[in-house]
Design a binder for this molecule. Sequence first.
Ligand code: COA
Ligand code: AMP
Length: 629
Amino acid sequence: MAYADIYKGWQDDPEGFWMQAAEAIDWDRKPSKALFADNAPLYEWFCDGIVNTCWNAVDRHVKTRGDQAAIIYDSPVTGTKRTITYRELQGLVANLAGVLQAKDVAKGDRVVIYMPMVAEALIAMLACARIGAIHSVVFGGFASNELAVRIDDARPKAILTASCGIEPGRIVEYKPLLNGAIELATHKPDFTLILQREQSPCTLTEGRDFDWFEAQQGVAPAECVPVEGNHPAYILYTSGTTGAPKGVVRPTGGHLVALNWTMKNIYNVDPGDTFWAASDVGWVVGHSYICYAPLIHGNTTIVFEGKPVGTPDAGTFWRVISEHNVRSFFTAPTAFRAIKREDPKGEFLKPYDISCLNILFLAGERADPDTIEWAQDLLGVPVIDHWWQTETGYTIAGNPMGIEHLAVKIGSPTVPMPGYEIDILNDEGHPAAFGELGAIAVKLPLPPGTLPTLWNAEDRFRKSYLDHFPGYYETGDAGMKDEDGYVWIMARTDDVINVAGHRLSTGGMEEVLASHPDVAECAVIGVTDQLKGQLPMGFVCLTKGVDRPHSDITRECVKLLREKIGPVAAFKLCVVVDRLPKTRSGKILRATMVKIADGAEFKLPATIDDPAILDEIREALGGLGYPAG
Ligand code: COA
Ligand code: AMP
């Protein structure tokens, strides 16, 4: 069947479509129906089904593919490789889940996971799923303060972590970050489990910290605990419009059904194939496509601890693809920009046979045409852009390669997937004409597996996503649709910026800069960057009477932001200015500042209070080397 038929089939009978997709899942009790709409506009799926995620991702495969690799851990930063079969994975997960149970972690309790890219990160996620505990993974590049904010919101009974992470050229000690976070947080976990890594073991805090493996001695392995279809599988925090991150809730049943559907229909892999998503378990891509979807579907997944370049060189991706027989590969455009910069002619590809690779998938940020074309020429396989968000957990618009390879229009992630009806809405909330820019919204209900609400924040959920355009989910992205139904993603409508495929809030960064004692007022904008897509840039106005050297203050601001948010923010550009450009009503003209920094043309906003300030901004930008090149 062609995409158009399948999409129409879903439109005509969404209930039938999802009930059929649900057949691929092992239910302890089958759901009586798919959609539960009693509480509209809040929707849930498969609520009366009873199911366990870990069973579907691990145990059910042991009989049919017990000796197949479930996880391949490949770590160029430590020089280690390890293969874990489905049978072995079952034992490892059951043992860890046994420790959690023995320490009183039960269904519905939260567990924070703060881990580097090691196989144990997936084992930890699956162990939680096994006993119905709700995990919340925090990316290792976030600092103590961000971890503390998440601890206070999720209120975990336990934190699972490692002694260190490894970045090229430096070891990231996790223990001081963990201690700092627990100290900062109001909520205290009952205990932590720490994976000691030989690169830098840490000292355990007596009575609170337990060794990952020692704790497993003499503990009975845990069985799978069946949960309701709408039981939260996990919470994943993502950037919102303030410094407080949003806790996206992922419901169990819909997550299983939808992710399993995507593996064949979108990524075109069959059970037994190797699928690789080069991301991090701290992000949604890591949740969905390093951990859950490939395992639910019976694939082999790769946990890669390294970078596209420098570990050891720009050929590392090609080595992994060829060595582990990768069929479909998924990464962020920024990774390809990094490789292209280092090895524009593709010399590092030459030693490797990557004929196993069928398709490259890109997501996480806008895929620029140069990068797509370069990747296509180099690899000789289709390069498929697809668009999605933490909130949805899988593709909103894409090219369903397992159904039909639709014509690619470079710059567009192609068309809506079944489950998603996309409209472009103008300021009045009416559908825009073809080719007209507007807010991208999805007709409710969102499909299974997408967020039903935010953790402990239903009001915020309604305000952030539902209230502005009644009957729709507001994506926060702006873009357009063309006559062929292709979707074009152009910009964010909020303060979110995308730095190397990482979603960050400039509002959150402004809160940090504003906490510097010498800063009276500030603005953070996202400027275009050739490698990372965007980079944050801070403008600070000083408190009256402060006469310290500006370079000292900006250095402190950079350090403060790294301490409070983490190195992942890549905040290195900061400048002192006398005033910020504003409208007469006092709104900072951030979009105009972005245009000036990017060297783009712009219309002077009619509401600007004092246009002369823009000259000052131009001068400050010049000092930072912007507009670049
Ligand atoms: N733990 C601790 N620190 C981390 C970290 C982690 N898990 N991940 C990144 N960092 C640090 C880096 O060490 C770096 O610190 P530095 O300022 O001391 O150099 C900083 O955070 C920025 O990291 P990164 O964004 O990785 O930039 P980079 O310059 O080291 O590498 C790329 C550039 C393009 C190679 C890299 O960004 C990349 O691989 N991007 C792909 C992103 C991706 O997969 N995104 C997922 C969405 S699909
Ligand atoms: P995250 O929640 O971290 O996955 O980030 C989601 C946001 O990243 C989206 O709302 C978009 O702004 C951006 N994004 C993700 N994929 C794409 C894509 N293929 N094209 C353009 N932007 C994208």
